[in-house]
Design a protein around this ligand. Structure first.
Ligand code: AMP
Ligand code: ZN
Length: 117
């Protein structure tokens, strides 16, 4: 188990590592992914350390939905017309940073990106 004082997303949440914050709420921060797989690829992280969705308290659900919708709205007001949400949970599913986060991948017609379907 990774120690929280070594967790890169905890350091971002504590502002020890600077990121370009898109917006933040009481329990979440949104910022651009450092290694974007598509233009505008952004992350939503919890401010507190939870390993993944299995540790995330259910009572944060409403705030999280609102954060997702607000970030989606921001991207839709830019030059995008859709977005995918991806959450990798556990290493077997591709989770590298063991701190709960959701990827938002902005999309536009004919972008050639393949995410499922
Ligand atoms: P995963 O754990 O596979 O869901 O993905 C972790 C994501 O965090 C990757 O897309 C990384 O590019 C991203 N990432 C790691 N460190 C940073 C950082 N310091 N700032 C922004 N994004 C990061
Ligand atoms: Zn953490």
């Amino acid at each position: 188990m990774i120690k929280q004082d070594e967790c890169i997303f905890c350091k971002i949440a504590k502002k020890e590592i600077p990121v370009e914050v898109i917006f933040e709420t009481e329990n979440f921060i949104c910022f651009p992914d450092a290694d974007p797989v598509v233009k505008g690829h952004s992350l939503i992280i919890t401010k507190k350390h939870f390993m993944n969705i299995m540790e995330l308290p259910s009572d944060l659900g409403k705030e999280l939905i609102n954060v997702i919708k607000k970030l989606g709205e921001i991207k839709l007001k830019e030059c995008f017309s859709g977005f995918n949400l991806i959450m990798n949970n556990f290493p077997e599913a591709g989770q590298i940073v063991m701190h709960a986060h959701i990827h938002l991948l902005p999309r536009k017609k004919g972008d050639g990106v393949k995410v499922l379907g």
